[in-house]
Design a protein around this ligand. Structure first.
Ligand code: HEM
Length: 660
């Protein structure tokens, strides 16, 4: 008997049987997912229903948020993005998933980041009770008083940033600057000051080892995010404490290593300093650092009275503050300036609001005066709506007993969420959802913005999330955004460098990304951004009205009409054209804002006179740096286009918009 032949045949049979079982398993799974799964009735792309690799693929491209938006256009307000995942695109659905009592917890994505089993930040905690316990400490650290005390750090950093930016420009527009890099540097410096009592000084012009840190942080999240969308995520999380962490530590990508070492160094330095101060019993002295890290180091567990955080947890919390505080705010500011410099109507109104409210840029600080700048706040809200710093969903998992969302039962274990990008571009809530229109956030009955309109928009707009897991740093973020934007607008004129389109969409980018006046980012849980390119100009040095830019199409359209509504309608048409190619190809004609706008009579709006307010001089001379001149366009300043609600700019609206 030839045993080798028998062994060979058995081996072949074994392979054949395994292969057959595998194929049968695949076929069985597909049939189950399509016809017998509890989510079978929920529509969605065929491939997404049967495999999680679809979502992984789009996460890898960086445009998963666009895919989600497209799917909602095709499949409606709820669709299946993975065999065990659904996404909802309604304000009510968002509320059902994220309110305090929702029967959900954070998804596995949050468990992917920690470098070891002990390195757990508040953000990584998926268990509701464990999270609440840690969150109470963060709530105390981010108290109102602590938030107010952060103001000086913000002001000092922004002032220095503006000085560097304006430099010595010899009465000309500065060279084009990438505001994405500039804001990342500024926000990281502010975070350094707030969290560790020391600015990292990344914004300074000299060579600095941390200059590339924002880029490393981006690459770090771009590595984690697609993995979190893959079907292997559960296995990944299970394997982490079982050897995978050690493996990842050895073979982690370079940006991750650099970022981790960066955090280790800061924590080590700051802890040493704290210990030194304590030893010298100088805690209350002038040198004492009352930054966020001081509170984290000294936090006590309410039950045991022992230190609330272990050294690993302190390190993890430090990394969280750096990541959560820097790039989100920087993305919101990039978005704000991208739209403002492309929308002369809003730019003119917000600039005059800021310059009329504060006599000098030095006067700008948090408080009643800054809060009275409703249009400024609306401009930032609207920019965050158009291009949000967290474009995807905040993933949650249904707990025992499941939950009901818009009449659909979501069983235990299902991944569920609501993509901000899709929700913030839904016409049901925002009408002309692709148009940058800050006025939508301010009640102005005369010009057609009713209390109900604003409330409807607010019902779908939660950039800082709601419920248990909402953003603990939202007050700080607002301080940063309002002070930075106001100071920039007060001290300088800014505009798009002629011909530049960095950050904008383009026809060749396809459905959802065609509009060149829409700021586009990549989705890696947080926004990965580039641009806007911006040139700045010290208005005290202005020779002529060189704020006009004939190459700016929005401005050009605005000039063609003095009727604000007509100008807005043209914007809507242009946006719609960019998005769908033609109005007819819009997949949801019943909701189409263009068709609605075309069939609605345009209200007569009084023609506005251009502002005659003289340009303010800064109260103190600014240090100057050499920046290459570009050009001066010696034209007489032509009248700016009017707007429907600018007549009310001096009287604050009855319902101020204060969203948290
Ligand atoms: C425009 C700026 C910001 C936006 C849009 C934003 C948005 C958010 C959102 C949506 C969450 C919830 C995340 C989730 O559940 O997945 C969050 C969490 C968080 N944010 Fe922010 N954030 C901003 C700025 C800041 C700043 C400046 C800080 C700190 C200085 C901060 C600290 C945090 C922390 C610590 C968490 C975790 C909270 C927890 O897990 O309980 N954020 N942020």
């Amino acid at each position: 008997m030839d045993f080798s032949l028998i062994a060979h045949a058995a081996w072949d049979n074994c392979w054949l049987s395994s292969f057959t079982i595998f194929i049968l398993y695949i076929i069985g799974s597909v049939i189950y997912e399509l016809y017998f799964s509890p989510l079978a009735k929920i529509p969605g792309p065929f491939l997404a229903k049967i495999t999680g690799w679809t979502s992984f693929y789009y996460a890898l491209t960086g445009y998963r948020h666009i895919w989600i938006w497209q799917c909602h256009q095709i499949y409606g307000p709820i669709f299946r993005f993975a065999p065990n995942g659904v996404l909802v695109n309604t304000a009510t659905g968002y509320h059902s998933i994220n309110n305090y009592k929702a029967n959900v917890k954070r998804g596995k994505l949050y468990e992917m980041g920690p470098r070891n089993a002990k390195h757990i930040s508040t953000f990584n905690l998926t268990d509701k009770n464990a999270h609440s316990k840690r969150r109470r400490i963060l709530n105390a650290i981010f108290s109102d008083a602590a938030t107010r005390s952060t103001e000086n750090f913000i002001i000092q950093n922004v002032d220095r940033w503006c000085e560097l930016l304006l430099g010595k420009n010899d009465k000309e527009w500065s060279e084009p600057l990438n505001f994405s890099t500039k804001f990342s540097e500024l926000m990281l410096d502010i975070t350094g000051d707030l969290a560790f009592g020391k600015s990292f000084s990344i914004k300074e012009p000299k060579q600095h080892p941390l200059k590339d840190m924002p880029m490393y942080m981006e690459k770090h999240v771009m590595f984690i995010y697609p993995s979190a969308q893959s079907p292997l995520m559960d296995i990944w999380v299970w394997l982490k404490p079982r050897g995978l962490n050690n493996l990842l530590r050895r073979f982690r990508p370079e940006p991750t290593r650099i970022f981790e070492e960066f955090v280790d160094n800061i924590v080590r330095e700051r802890t040493d300093l704290e210990l030194k101060l304590q030893e010298e019993a100088k805690e209350e002295s002038e040198n004492s650092k009352k930054d966020l890290f001081h509170y984290i180091l000294n936090a006590k567990d309410a039950e045991t009275g022992r230190a609330a955080y272990s050294p690993d947890e302190i390190n993890a919390e430090a990394a969280l503050l750096i990541q959560a505080g820097g790039e989100t705010t920087s993305a919101a500011l990039c978005s704000t300036f991208f739209y403002l410099i492309r929308c002369p109507r809003a730019y003119k109104r917000v600039t005059s609001e800021v310059r009329n409210t504060f006599a000098s840029a030095d006067e700008i600080q948090g408080g009643a005066k800054l809060s009275s700048c409703h249009y400024l706040r609306a401009c930032i809200d609207e920019a965050i709506r158009m291009t949000t710093p967290g474009p995807g969903e905040r993933p949650r998992v249904a707990l025992d007993g499941g939950l009901h969302v818009d009449g659909h039962f979501i069983p235990k274990g299902t991944r569920v969420g609501s993509s901000s990008w899709a929700l913030y571009h839904k016409e049901e809530y925002f009408g002309d959802a692709w148009t940058y229109r800050p006025e939508r956030w301010i009640v102005d009955e005369e010009n057609g913005v009713t209390t109900a309109d604003v409330a409807l928009a607010q019902s779908a707009f939660h950039p800082f999330s709601i419920g248990l897991y909402n953003c603990v740093g939202r007050q700080v973020a607002w301080q940063e955004m309002l002070i930075t934007t106001a100071k920039i607008l007060h001290q300088m004129d800014v505009r798009v460098p002629p011909g530049d389109s960095t950050g904008g969409g383009a026809p060749e980018l396809g459905w959802g990304r065609r509009n060149k006046n829409h700021y586009h980012i990549r989705d890696a849980f947080v926004a990965i951004k580039n641009g806007p390119m911006t040139t700045a100009y010290d208005p005290t040095e202005r020779l002529v009205g060189d704020r006009e830019d004939p190459e700016n199409s929005l401005r050009f359209r605005g000039k063609t009409s003095n009727l604000g509504y007509t100008s807005q309608l043209l914007d809507v048409l242009a946006n719609r054209y960019y998005e769908y190619g033609t109005v007819e190809s819009c997949p949801r004609p019943s909701n189409c804002s263009v068709l609605k706008a075309l069939t609605t009579p345009i209200p007569a709006t009084p023609i506005q006179k251009p502002s005659t307010r003289p340009v303010q001089k800064p109260s103190r001379p600014l240090p100057r740096l050499s920046i290459n001149p570009i050009r001066i366009v010696p034209t007489v300043e032509s009248p700016l286009p009017s707007e429907p609600s600018s007549s009310n700019s001096s009287s604050p609206p009855s319902t101020p918009i204060l969203k948290g």
